[in-house]
Design a protein. Structure first.
Length: 169
């Protein structure tokens, strides 16, 4: 399973790029899953719903299922699971796009907008194999992709996968 991280500062357009890439990757015949990391707590349930009540009453896991989707909620009592542990829970696909987990070692695409006036991440890590930006940049031998052309980003991703190699310059 190929894994590509999408990293960058808040407001840089990571989610916008990722969601623009998904239908293009699917149109290219690739199966794609995503992992989104957040530093804040989150809840998929709403108070008053049966599944919420199950969890609040002490269930370790609650699986919610319908004719169109299912979700498994797992309560943590210890450390946050590693990216590897989370990836192992996914069904096999051609590509997993990971938003976040920027300190974990795997290939990453940095979304970088100089207008945000934040320093780039790529000079401090070899894991950033490409940069998508809305400006011309010297990215130190990494691939530079046009941020506002998700089709170009997807072409690079799809070509890398079709060659059977890890996503790299």
């Amino acid at each position: 399973m190929k894994v590509l991280g999408i990293i960058g500062w808040s407001g840089s357009g990571k989610t916008t790029l990722l969601t623009a890439m998904l239908p293009l990757l699917r149109a290219a015949g690739l199966t794609v899953s995503t992992v989104k990391h957040t530093h804040q707590g989150f809840d998929l349930d709403r108070p008053g719903k049966d599944s919420y009540r199950h969890r609040e009453a002490g269930a370790h896991e609650v699986l919610i299922a319908s004719g169109s989707r299912w979700a498994l909620l797992h309560e943590l009592n210890g450390a946050e699971p590693s990216l590897e542990e989370l990836l192992a829970k996914l069904a096999p696909v051609d590509l997993v796009l990971v938003e976040g987990f920027k300190s974990h070692p795997f290939p990453k695409l940095e979304v970088y907008r100089p207008a945000l006036r934040k320093p780039p991440i790529w000079p401090d890590t070899t894991d950033v194999v490409a940069v998508a930006s809305d400006a011309e940049l010297d990215v130190d031998a990494r691939i530079l992709l046009p941020l506002n052309r998700p089709d170009h980003v997807v072409t690079w991703v799809a070509e890398s996968i079709s060659r059977g190699v890890d996503i790299h310059p």
